[in-house]
Design a protein around this ligand. Structure first.
Ligand code: ADP
Ligand code: GN1
Ligand code: MG
Length: 366
């Protein structure tokens, strides 16, 4: 049943009159709507029905979200010339409870943000400038959150980038083969299995105490970065997975998405490859904000991170495909399998260009 957006909107303390609401944006997880208000000088809004299949504890998720957005707002307000409406996310409180969410009759959770006006976002990155800006804003995000006071953030999805856990789940699903899909994709399965040990490198470094847990975003997919009309990066959105993590998760996922010459679900595998110039520009932007805080081991392993995140996504898409498509939104039968093939193609290209990736970071920090 279509949700009554007007009614849900009325439960938040918003300015302006509901004019219309329609699905918005490329997200894979929540149901996102843009609410347009009737008055010209009132903000529009982003209203989201949250996916509680993916996020099991929404009050904890929203507690993280409130702490993180409040802290970022405070820090950004201290930067001269900053634009608080466009450089941070603004949650709208519920009228009755003052909380940052409401629930409907079907026990779905909803939240609302002020719509960031006049923004751009990109599925593919076609200039070094955009890549540098993206890197800079993600680096700034980490720097601004480094002194978040209080308890550690809740782990909103436990073991989100823990590849050892992801592989356990993958093998469990593969053994059951609930959708009977394993046999025809044995090649893809083999590509995952052959790299298992190498991909546990970051976890190993963490366990050995060589790299610290920091506050990371964990979903730095390039389309989560919003730009202004001059292609200056404004902020990174989609803060649901902000929690303790390794710096490699944020660097890796951004490179995975920004440098790919094709989209994540491209049907033309010959178009998939990594643009090393985009990698270089992103790394320059990212390190311009973070190089003084990262330790030598963290920097040394930055070039490995894109391989890891591409592998993690291949594993997750393949697990979901084998499981019968229960996690990601799909638009056609083999959608998840196509996503697997894109990630594996990209991974092989990163492997082919690995030496250059290593040299690039060395040159930047020299
Ligand atoms: P998902 O986890 O489903 O990807 P996001 O939080 O990324 O959800 O939101 C989905 C899309 O909605 C984003 O990709 C972006 O296009 C848009 N969006 C989210 N928040 C805002 C906002 N405050 N202002 C403008 N657009 C937004
Ligand atoms: C999901 O929410 P969205 O669409 O930005 C996923 C990410 C994946 C991405 C792949 C909470 O991100 O981990 O990298 O899809 N988010 C969650 O497109 O699982
Ligand atoms: Mg998103």
């Amino acid at each position: 049943m279509e949700p009554d957006l007007k009614k849900i909107f009325s439960r938040f303390k918003a300015d302006g009159t509901y004019a219309e609401g329609r699905p918005f944006g490329p997200g894979h997880i929540h149901d996102t709507y843009r609410i347009v208000t009737a008055e010209r000088d009132c903000d529009d809004y982003i209203l989201q029905r949250l996916n509680n299949n993916v996020f099991r504890d929404i009050p904890s998720l929203q507690e993280n979200m409130e702490r993180v957005t409040a802290h970022l707002r405070e820090k950004i307000s201290a930067i001269t010339g900053s634009d608080l409406k466009r450089e941070c996310l603004n949650l709208v409180p519920a009228r009755d409870s003052g909380k940052s969410y409401v629930t409907d009759e079907e026990d779905h959770y909803w939240r609302m943000f002020i719509f960031i006006p006049d923004h751009r976002s990109y599925e593919r990155v076609d200039s070094r400038h955009k890549a540098f800006e993206g890197g800079r804003i993600v680096g700034r995000f980490q720097a601004l959150l480094a002194d978040l006071p209080g308890e550690p953030l809740h782990e909103t999805i436990p073991d989100f980038h823990n590849i050892a856990r992801r592989l356990e789940t993958f093998h469990a699903v593969l053994d059951r083969d609930p959708a009977g899909r394993a046999a025809p994709v044995s090649k893809e399965i083999e590509e995952i299995i052959s790299r298992e040990e190498e991909m546990k490198t970051i976890l190993r470094l963490g366990a050995e105490g060589k790299i610290p847990l920091r506050i990371t975003h964990n979903d730095t997919k390039f389309n989560n970065i919003l730009f202004d009309s001059n292609d200056r990066a404004l902020l990174i959105i989609d803060l649901d997975t902000v929690m303790p993590g390794y710096v490699h998760y944020d660097f890796g996922d951004a490179i995975r998405t920004a440098t790919n010459r094709a989209e994540e679900d491209s049907t033309d595998l010959s178009a998939v490859s990594m643009d090393v110039e985009i990698y270089r520009a992103y790394a320059e932007g990212f390190l311009s904000e973070t190089r003084n805080t990262l330790n030598a081991t963290e920097i040394e392993y930055l070039p490995f991170a894109p391989k890891l995140l591409t592998y993690i996504m291949a594993t997750r898409f393949l697990t979901d495909y084998l499981d019968g498509d229960n996690y990601y939104k799909i638009r056609y039968q083999e959608h998840n399998l196509q996503r697997v093939r894109v990630q594996l193609t990209l991974l092989r290209d990163m492997e082919a260009q690995y030496e250059e990736m290593v040299q690039t970071v060395k040159n930047i920090v020299r």
